[in-house]
Design a binder for this molecule. Sequence first.
Ligand SMILES: Nc1ncnc2c1ncn2[C@@H]1O[C@H](COP(=O)(O)OP(=O)(O)OP(=O)(O)O)[C@@H](O)[C@H]1O
Ligand SMILES: [Mg+2]
Length: 253
Amino acid sequence: MITVAVVSTKGGVGKTTLCANLGVLLADLGMRVLLVDADVQPSLSRYFEIGHGTQNGLSGMVREGNATAEFISSVVFTSLRKSQSQRPKVHGKLDIIRSDAHDGALQEYLANRSDKEVRIKKALQSPHVKENYDVVLIDSQGAKGVLQKSAIFASDLLISPICPDVLSSREFTLGTMEMLDDVESLPLKDFNMPPMKAVIYRTENTVDSRAIAQVIRESFMTMRGRVTVLNATVPHSVSYKKSRNFTATGPLD
Ligand SMILES: Nc1ncnc2c1ncn2[C@@H]1O[C@H](COP(=O)(O)OP(=O)(O)OP(=O)(O)O)[C@@H](O)[C@H]1O
Ligand SMILES: [Mg+2]
């Protein structure tokens, strides 16, 4: 099992959209995927049509310190493959731990705990998750705080979308380094900073967009080797906006 968090110090860059699309793609490839909406604004939770919806989500899991079935809802998704023969023999699944943390009580609860940074990590190391999932994908919040840090501590790999425009790439470079420095400075035993893969996101077919993407690749090489930029890029496309067709239903609403 691998745990991946989609993180960025900038808001609105595409974390949730990337997380949702990655989840569906991996499940469509036959993997058992668990999404975790670790943002107080429950955008990822509202992305999908929910099959079996549970009463409790993120807050329950964090308080319990154990990710069991009672916090996990199932997502209804249709295969992206057109013909039956293209579909993998193994059927994947897509489940989600929905965010129910909008009133600030979760952050307050976490802030008062000595294990606040590793609480989500511990919960996701439950036997239930280990036995039932291949990939855990965490959508984190853009704002700095205990939830963002906990998502980083829980992960084996970080993915960070970065838009190819000058201001966001500058802001991103500084913000990302600050966030990684901040997390690394915490005196936690047995913690190694997960590698971070940046993905150039919302590229456009223009000279400017291509030139800035090139500058991003070069500048990231100087970031003490902590961040690498993936060769794959994600285009700016209305289909990503349109992919958000559902609002969640079920007990959490
Ligand atoms: N590849 C894309 N092409 C075009 N629009 C996109 C793409 N990815 C995301 N968007 C749109 O950009 C907006 C912000 O995306 P999203 O909510 O995923 O960002 P976020 O980083 O999760 O934001 P927040 O920091 O508020 O959580 C949304 O309206 C989304 O539909
Ligand atoms: Mg988001």
